[in-house]
Design a protein around this ligand. Structure first.
Ligand SMILES: [Zn+2]
Length: 197
């Protein structure tokens, strides 16, 4: 018994009894779906890093690493799926795993956006600290500027604040600053602003 590449129904012959497609036609249909869903995934993958800088979480870099794993994992799956479909091999399980990955960047982006957007300015907490370093990495999406300050959280030596270009240029190592942090409507603390003390 083989399974139809498009609808997944079992069939003994070349034509699927459920959707009526031949194995060649089912392969074409599946490829189209794969391309469409991959486009949705890639668009979300561009949106997530962008949105993550609007209300940047304190642990943004950790999230970006996590996101990078999702990104490359999903792309590897897409490549494997394409190959297996071409060779008419079983794809049922992998297909569903991949489809599960597709909305993830959008869900992550929406979570971070809601977390900051639904937060109230009244909740900002200010932490006095000092600048310990600066880090600028040119990137595809607005680049990554980080102001490293001594952390106020237990077990965490530094905070890597995702600052904008102005704040990045304004501060130097050793500056005394106050960092505004919002608790996050969904419980993800995010960086609100940095001010001279
Ligand atoms: Zn079918």
């Amino acid at each position: 018994m083989k399974r139809c590449l498009d609808c997944g129904a079992e069939s003994a012959g070349d034509q699927c009894p459920s959707c009526g497609l031949t194995s060649a036609a089912a392969e074409v249909m599946f490829r189209r779906k794969l391309v469409r869903r991959t486009a949705v995934f890639l668009l979300g993958s561009l949106t997530f890093p962008y949105v993550s800088q609007i209300y940047p979480p304190l642990d943004l870099d950790l999230m970006l690493v996590f996101f990078g794993l999702i990104f490359f994992g999903a792309l590897a799956l897409a490549v494997i799926l394409e190959r297996r479909a071409r060779n008419r091999r079983q794809i049922e399980v992998l297909k569903h795993v991949y489809y599960g990955f597709v909305p993830l960047p959008w869900i992550l982006a929406a979570t971070l956006f809601a977390n900051g957007r639904l937060d109230s300015q009244k909740n900002v907490l200010f932490h006095p600290t000092t600048v310990e370093g600066r880090f600028n990495m040119k990137g595809i999406v607005r680049g990554s500027r980080r102001l490293l300050v001594r952390s106020w959280r237990a077990g965490q030596p530094v905070e890597r604040l995702a600052v904008d270009a102005d704040d990045f240029d304004r501060f130097r190592e050793g500056d005394s600053v106050v960092v505004g942090v919002e608790p996050g409507a969904l419980g993800i603390p995010w960086y609100y602003g940095v001010y001279r003390r």
